[in-house]
Design a binder for this molecule. Sequence first.
Ligand code: KG4
Ligand code: ZN
Length: 364
Amino acid sequence: MDRPVTLLGIESSCDDTAAAIVRGVPGDMQVLSSVVFGQTDLHAAFGGVVPEIAARAHAERLDISVMGALEQAKVVLTDLDGIAVTCGPGLIGGVVSGVMTAKGISAATGLPMYGINHLAGHALTPRLTHGVAFPYLMLLVSGGHCQFLIAHGPDRFERLGGTIDDAPGEAFDKVARLIGLGQPGGPAIEAAAHDGDARRFVFPRPLSNKPGCDMSFSGLKTAVLRARDDLVAQAGGLRAQDQSDLAASFQAAVSDSLTGKSARALERYLVLKPSHPTFCVAGGVAANMTVRAGLEMISATHGATFLAPPLALCTDNAAMIAAAGIEQMQTRAPDGMDLSARPRMPLDTQSMAMLGSGKKGAKA
Ligand code: KG4
Ligand code: ZN
């Protein structure tokens, strides 16, 4: 395809209502606008995302998100070439809201509509931000997912492995709660860990001796719980230094696990002999500087370029969905009005279903 196309992207699979306009050709795209309405405040009192509240908020905010994205990009509906919408995996109420919005716009304008797997949106982000050539290795590490993928093409992904239980972001959030830090847990733990001693507690690096790229984070969370309980039993509570040391030791264990398994994933990817080996990371946990440093180091030792998209495109957004639509327009026909919203939707349908977080579909 030579002619640049302009797509509207819609994302509402978890707790961000987002719309964006992206223009370009596969591998050379520009974000004209990206609007994201977060819902953290709505869920704060409940200690997690409440699906019903999320769905209602999406339904209320989708139209203003779309109008905002069009306005900021200075385009109108007739300038568009298509609509891309997340059709799964995610919280079903939110996904349905987004899909219905896309169907409404498509029916009213005649624009072709593409249902996009949310995970494909994350996995194709390096094409949007850096025009990275296929195949590249991807680590998707967020509040709901953790998997290594080789991106072979716009809709061809090979999953090398992933978490068998909690996602790392989920572990950061739970551990923050356990040791009395705020939410979201990732940034709170990272800040506390700054003044902490990462060697004070020796937490497990689960599955590190097992071959393959699978990971596990729930035992680590339990180990932190035990260490906390011991400290509380000894001293009657946690001091700020205890919180920092627990945070630093936990963060080091997550980083070591991700880095160790990244080495294995890189080895498998390099068998393909890519001309410019590239290891990309996406998802909220990629914001963590300790994790990032570990991934950068392991990329360098394997002769691969390490790439992390800007944070706003690493976390949930609709630009990645529009960009995935531009990529997939080349490889398949648009979806019809029978496009369904799916709570679960594996990217790599050839490999075995994951046991853990990959099935929850709450956050991706
Ligand atoms: O990708 P994301 O915005 O949302 C989805 O999960 O889809 O990721 C959010 C997750 C949360 O669990 C949050 O605690 C974690 O990413 N996170 C971090 C950091 N910033 C966000 N984890 C570790 N360190 C951080 N600096
Ligand atoms: Zn996501």
